[in-house]
Design a binder for this molecule. Structure first.
Ligand code: PMP
Length: 390
């Protein structure tokens, strides 16, 4: 089918909830995707921070295909070796205090579940959330997501949320602690333009939560699975949450979600508290296991940290000279401020064969690539960026 016909057909039948790129993708390989005409694009967006091991990695393809041919689906009512292994990997690669996993299918569901667990186990009504934070689009996750995403839903659960500025510990402490079930945050705020707080902020948050019996929830939907150069982002700050939510990267492109619970939180969970038909299904579990094996064997986490730091340093060097005005990030989660709007940068880079992400900040674009992206790919990006400034 002609690419224009494909676009017309999708626009005809799919609800127009997305601002889309003029891109019909047919294939992916490593850090590249290909459009219907066979044109190759360097993917510095990773389908929105998802494809950590690159597109269609042979190990991932083999694992998912073999599982599909063996047992495509059975719910968590039965035991499964591959589910057990996926859970073990999530527990052992996250924080030392983590103990058990609940599987679901997306980031928003993971956050819904974490909020339920915190409210039930504390018996308290309030949740402290961060200005600029993004946690998903379902009603519960929306109630702790700030800004424009919930404006059309004034009746969501946000009357139970207290929003505070990200990075302001005193503001968290000031919310009546005896009524607070949880503090939820992205350790690195992504949609907000990639914002990182001071190290002692995270330590202070963890101490406050510990002292007041509040559940600290880290939304690691983007930062999990090695993106920041550590398996999970709290490691950078020496801080462990009570609950970790993840999705996106952990399945390498297969829809997955998970809540990882510390031993203390796990001990408060009872049979029947939560369920998900598809969560922890064999295909999803096989995808998680394959993704983690590749991350480990190819040492991609360490590599994202090492090369990401170099990319960031280079962007900072550029700041003030050309189009770039600043940059922040950890590993392969980088926000770049520019003179042009992020939308303009995105479309101009797309013309040059590179996909990047925008953010909620009009002049900040984001780099969230597969962790397999190498030095040569970054050279291609820097050349295109310099070309844009001309
Ligand atoms: N949390 C964060 C930090 C996210 O970036 C996202 C998705 N962009 C979500 C939650 C929601 O995940 P999903 O789209 O899988 O529901």
């Amino acid at each position: 089918m002609d690419p224009l016909d494909m676009i017309e057909m999708e626009d005809r039948y799919v609800l127009p909830t997305y601002a889309k790129l003029p891109l019909v993708l047919t294939r992916g390989e490593g850090a590249h995707v290909f459009d219907a005409s066979g044109r190759r694009y360097l993917d510095l967006y990773g389908g929105h921070a998802v494809t950590v091991i690159g597109h269609s990695h042979p190990r991932w393809v083999e694992a998912v295909s073999r599982q599909a041919a063996t047992l495509g689906f059975y719910s968590s009512v039965s035991y499964s070796a591959v589910r057990a292994e996926a859970a073990r990997l999530l527990v052992e690669r996250s924080y030392p205090s983590m103990s058990q996993v609940f599987f679901c299918n997306s980031g928003t569901e993971a956050n819904e579940t974490a909020l339920k667990m915190a409210r039930k186990s504390t018996g308290r009504p309030l949740v402290v959330a961060m200005e600029g934070g993004f946690h998903g689009r379902t009603i519960g996750a929306l109630s702790v997501t700030s800004g424009k995403y919930r404006q059309a839903f004034p009746e969501n659960l946000a009357d139970r949320t207290r929003f505070v500025p990200f990075g302001d510990l005193e503001a968290v402490r000031a919310v009546e602690p005896d009524r607070v079930a949880a503090v939820i945050l992205e350790p690195v705020q992504s949609m907000a333009g990639v914002r990182i707080a001071a190290e002692d902020y995270y330590r202070g948050l963890a101490a406050h939560c510990r002292e007041r019996g509040i559940v600290l929830i880290f939304d690691e939907v983007q930062t999990g699975a090695g993106r920041t150069g550590r398996w999970f982002a709290g490691d950078h700050f020496g801080v462990e949450p009570g609950l970790v939510t993840c999705a996106k990267g952990i399945g390498g492109g297969f829809p997955v979600g998970a809540v990882i619970a510390s031993a203390e939180m796990a001990s408060r969970v009872e049979t029947g508290d939560q369920g998900s038909t598809f969560g922890g299904g064999p295909l999803a579990s096989a995808a998680i296991v394959a993704t983690f094996r590749v991350l480990e064997e190819e040492e991609l986490v360490e590599r994202a940290g090492r090369i990401g730091a170099r990319v960031l340093a280079r962007l900072r060097e550029m700041a003030g000279r050309g189009m770039v005005t600043g940059a922040r990030g950890l590993g392969y989660l980088i926000g770049v401020d520019s003179k042009l709007s992020a939308k303009e940068v995105q479309s101009k880079l797309l013309e040059r064969g590179i996909v990047v992400g925008t953010s909620d900040v009009p002049r900040t674009f984001r780099l969230l690539p597969p962790l397999t992206v190498g030095e040569d790919d970054w050279e291609t990006f820097f050349r295109a960026l310099e070309d844009l400034a001309r």
